[in-house]
Write a protein of this length. Structure first.
Length: 130
C-alpha cells in the first residue's frame, strides 16, 4: 500500500507543478501552435479538469485501499493521452518531439496499474447487505 501512496502522491504533485504554469500561458501556446487558441474556455476547461484529477490522485494517496476502484479511471485518464498522442504521431499530425510528451503519462499509467494490482481492497467499506 505504501507503493500506491507514493505513486499517487508523486503523480498529483507532478501534475500540479506541470499544469499550474499553463494557466498563464494561453497566449504563448496559441503562438507556438497556430492558429491561436480561439476558444480559451476550452483551454481553461481542460486545465480545470486536469487539475481536478491531480487532487483525486492526492485523495487516492491518502487511503489507496479505500479508493482502489478509483485507480481504474486514473489508468484510463493517463491511457487516453498516450493513445491519442500515439494516433496523432502515427498519422504524421505531430512530430516525434511532441510524441515524447506522452512518456510521463505512459509511465504513470503503468505505475497506476501496478499500484492497482498491488493494493488490496481490504480498506474499502463493506457494502454487502446482511
Amino acid at each position: 500500500m505504501k507503493f500506491a501512496r507514493v505513486v499517487f502522491f508523486v503523480a498529483g504533485a507532478w501534475g500540479v507543478l506541470v499544469l499550474t504554469p499553463l494557466y498563464f500561458l494561453v497566449d504563448l501556446t496559441g503562438r507556438a501552435y497556430p492558429p491561436p487558441v480561439s476558444y480559451p474556455h476550452f483551454f481553461y476547461g481542460f486545465l480545470s479538469v486536469a487539475m481536478a484529477w491531480q487532487f483525486a490522485f492526492f485523495v487516492i494517496a491518502s487511503n489507496p485501499a479505500r479508493y482502489r476502484v478509483m485507480m481504474i479511471p486514473c489508468i484510463v485518464e493517463k491511457l487516453g493521452y498516450v493513445v491519442g498522442t500515439t494516433a496523432l504521431y502515427l498519422r504524421a499530425r505531430i512530430a516525434a518531439a511532441e510524441m515524447t510528451t506522452a512518456v510521463p503519462d505512459f509511465v504513470l499509467c503503468v505505475l497506476f496499474a501496478v499500484a492497482f494490482l498491488r493494493t488490496s481492497d481490504s480498506g474499502a467499506p463493506d457494502t454487502r447487505r446482511r
